[in-house]
Design a protein around this ligand. Sequence first.
Ligand SMILES: *[C@@H]1O[C@H](CO)[C@@H](O)[C@H](O)[C@H]1NC(C)=O
Ligand SMILES: *[C@@H]1O[C@H](CO)[C@@H](O)[C@H](O)[C@H]1NC(C)=O
Ligand SMILES: *[C@@H]1O[C@H](CO)[C@@H](O)[C@H](O)[C@H]1NC(C)=O
Ligand SMILES: *[C@@H]1O[C@H](CO)[C@@H](O)[C@H](O)[C@H]1NC(C)=O
Ligand SMILES: *[C@@H]1O[C@H](CO)[C@@H](O)[C@H](O)[C@H]1NC(C)=O
Ligand SMILES: *[C@@H]1O[C@H](CO)[C@@H](O)[C@H](O)[C@H]1NC(C)=O
Ligand SMILES: *[C@@H]1O[C@H](CO)[C@@H](O)[C@H](O)[C@H]1NC(C)=O
Ligand SMILES: *[C@@H]1O[C@H](CO)[C@@H](O)[C@H](O)[C@H]1NC(C)=O
Ligand SMILES: *[C@@H]1O[C@H](CO)[C@@H](O)[C@H](O)[C@H]1NC(C)=O
Ligand SMILES: *[C@@H]1O[C@H](CO)[C@@H](O)[C@H](O)[C@H]1NC(C)=O
Ligand SMILES: *[C@@H]1O[C@H](CO)[C@@H](O)[C@H](O)[C@H]1NC(C)=O
Ligand SMILES: *[C@@H]1O[C@H](CO)[C@@H](O)[C@H](O)[C@H]1NC(C)=O
Length: 654
Amino acid sequence: MARRERLIQATVTLLVLATWLCQSSSAVAVPAPPPPQPHPKNITCVPGERDALLAFKAGLTDPNNYLSSWRVEEDCCWWTGVECSYRIDHVVSLHVNSDTDLYGEIMPGAIGGQISSSLLTLRHLKYLDLSYNNFSGSPIPEFIGGLRSLKHLALTSSSFDGRIPPHLGNLSNLVSLDLSFQSHGFCSPDLAWLSRLRKLQYLNISEVDLSANVNWTHVVNMLPSLITLELAACGLQNTMTLPLHSNLTSLDTLDLESNSFNSSFGANYLAWDLPMLTYLDLSNCGIQGGDVGNLTSIQLLSLSRNNFSRMVPSTFKKLKKLQLLQLSENFISGDIEDLFHRLPTNELQELDLDCNNLRGRLPDRLEQFSSLLILKLSNNKLSGEIPVGEFPTFLQRCKELKFLDLASNKFTGSLPTWIWSKIPSLAFLRLRSNMLTGGIPDELTKMKGLQYLDISNNNISGKIPLSLGNLIAMAHSPNKQGTLFKTVNFFVVVSIYKNPHAYTDSLWVVTKGQQLEYTTGIVYMVNIDFSCNNLTGQIPHEIGMLVALKNLNLSWNHLSSAIPQTIGELRAVESLDLSHNELSREIPITLADLTSLAHLNLSYNNLTGTIPFGNQLRTLDDQPSIYIGNPGLCGPPVSRNCSQTETTTPAPED
Ligand SMILES: *[C@@H]1O[C@H](CO)[C@@H](O)[C@H](O)[C@H]1NC(C)=O
Ligand SMILES: *[C@@H]1O[C@H](CO)[C@@H](O)[C@H](O)[C@H]1NC(C)=O
Ligand SMILES: *[C@@H]1O[C@H](CO)[C@@H](O)[C@H](O)[C@H]1NC(C)=O
Ligand SMILES: *[C@@H]1O[C@H](CO)[C@@H](O)[C@H](O)[C@H]1NC(C)=O
Ligand SMILES: *[C@@H]1O[C@H](CO)[C@@H](O)[C@H](O)[C@H]1NC(C)=O
Ligand SMILES: *[C@@H]1O[C@H](CO)[C@@H](O)[C@H](O)[C@H]1NC(C)=O
Ligand SMILES: *[C@@H]1O[C@H](CO)[C@@H](O)[C@H](O)[C@H]1NC(C)=O
Ligand SMILES: *[C@@H]1O[C@H](CO)[C@@H](O)[C@H](O)[C@H]1NC(C)=O
Ligand SMILES: *[C@@H]1O[C@H](CO)[C@@H](O)[C@H](O)[C@H]1NC(C)=O
Ligand SMILES: *[C@@H]1O[C@H](CO)[C@@H](O)[C@H](O)[C@H]1NC(C)=O
Ligand SMILES: *[C@@H]1O[C@H](CO)[C@@H](O)[C@H](O)[C@H]1NC(C)=O
Ligand SMILES: *[C@@H]1O[C@H](CO)[C@@H](O)[C@H](O)[C@H]1NC(C)=O
């Protein structure tokens, strides 16, 4: 299946999930099994094929009984994973897969054992899928090359080892072949067999050791029908020259991620003549730079984690159809405005320049990037103010922006007040670790779609605005039909559809007391992080309106007075950090209502009285450290007893 189809499928799945979440009151999605397919007429299993399947089953180990429906007394066309054609009553399709976990890893109890050559009896078999089983290091049997009718062969992630049998080159009808992700030693030192598969459109041999093939570009050049070529992490190294004449006129997707190309040669792949290519992943390949040649149809280009240094070549401007450009984790230096002028602008929806050495101010006048949805500029050396003025800065033109990451730069000045009116749909705003000053403007709370706000590690002072409750994307319980899931899922869908790799993209979020890597989860993160600033005054009790919050971090400020009782309304909160402030009085008993809480830190404040207890509070790890540095607290888990005289006055509401 081509990547594009898979993406559309994933998109549809997400849309279905989104709809489901909006309608349901529970938070766990259990997709209903598909209804059994009614057969249009009686099909009788061909007895010889049934016996072949039973012999195949007899060779397998199946501790979880995935094949329990494979019984002599049942029509084999109705067995799980078996499909017969309607016309000729032959077995045409065989899918035997074990369950996997979320990450596609095989789980204990997977199907294993011997693959019986009785399968050769299935002379009409077009589709064979034995993916996600555990053949514990045995080689792929050579006889599979004798299944001459096969059009689709998938043996993904089934713990095969040894060499790919060259006999697979006999499968001249093959349209798709997936042998990716096996045991460590699984390899093909000579890919010559591949060049015989002239009808092949989809090939995935990612994570198969191909390091001995200096000639691989010439071999794949013999496959004129190729649409998708997946060669991630194959140990590909320096290579001979590229073929002079490229036969790959249909190639749409080329994934070469995580191969260690010689830095100067690797750049040549950018000049490979692939007229239909829309997706190219050359991330983590040790490439130092290079000009793009004829890749003018390219839409998605990932060059993250390479050795690009100095400035990007101005030939990038030729890539007029580019929608996504990832250049994060390189050594690009120079002025940000100069770089922007070298990029194509019309279609660009995601631009990722995280972790480079870019300098300068965000440009004021730049008639560009009005299609941007995602802009990541974190971990650079950008400076100046995040433009405050009335003039239309380039950011103010990005009206569709959903995700803006300017964290870990040297921005100064105050938090922008125009964002809510100019970029009304912004959902993620990361400004942490800059040198921003001034207060939190009320305008920031007018951003109706904002679900993720991180301004920590700055020098923000003043009070937390009482208008906090206006952040309605954070104020809708995920259980109720509300705006939240609409925003969130729209974002996921856009991001996945446009870029499969954005889905696995990661972003660091400080929560639960440590840095956790959020992958897909980031889009479901509802977060306020104001930590490590200079905020004063009290925590407004309006905070209780933000019932969708999962992470609330107000630590290392100068917040004083009592913790509001309304804190107990944050039922979705998983991580709550109020440590290193000047909070006083009693800990509200409502804290025990936070049933989702997994991390709590109230240390180094001036809290007094009895520590509340509740089931959830008792289950948290490292109990004493939650409360340390509050000499006035008493009762378990701290050692100080609550004496009779210390009957505490309840914390006032206001
Ligand atoms: C065909 O279908 C009919 C009615 O559904 C059933 O009675 C009959 O046993 C079936 N024949 C076979 C060979 O399965
Ligand atoms: C696969 O099977 C082998 C031997 O039966 C076992 O050692 C191994 O742990 C299994 N692998 C997985 C991922 O279950
Ligand atoms: C299939 O391929 C293998 C190895 O490439 C070869 O030795 C064998 O003769 C082929 N079998 C047939 C039936 O063509
Ligand atoms: C190719 O195989 C790898 C490893 O199994 C997998 O992660 C990737 O999703 C596959 N590519 C496509 C387009 O399905
Ligand atoms: C490289 O591949 C081409 C095409 O398959 C073949 O003609 C050539 O001999 C190969 N060269 C080497 C060094 O393997
Ligand atoms: C592919 O290109 C090579 C030259 O690089 C040529 O020799 C070969 O015949 C072409 N193959 C097909 C199938 O077009
Ligand atoms: C990389 O390839 C170029 C040209 O093929 C060669 O001159 C250079 O020595 C190679 N460098 C390394 C580190 O292999
Ligand atoms: C780019 O494509 C044009 C026309 O298809 C061709 O003439 C030219 O040689 C190609 N350039 C490169 C560097 O491949
Ligand atoms: C890439 O840069 C890193 C860090 O500067 C260096 O260690 C590595 O050798 C470089 N790799 C190549 C292929 O130039
Ligand atoms: C923080 O801002 C205040 C003014 O609001 C200023 O007096 C102070 O020096 C700043 N601190 C740092 C570390 O920049
Ligand atoms: C906090 O703000 C006060 C008053 O504006 C200022 O004197 C102090 O330096 C600030 N503290 C830090 C750590 O910036
Ligand atoms: C701690 O809180 C008490 C009132 O509960 C107050 O009297 C005292 O001054 C506070 N101490 C500090 C250091 O803020």
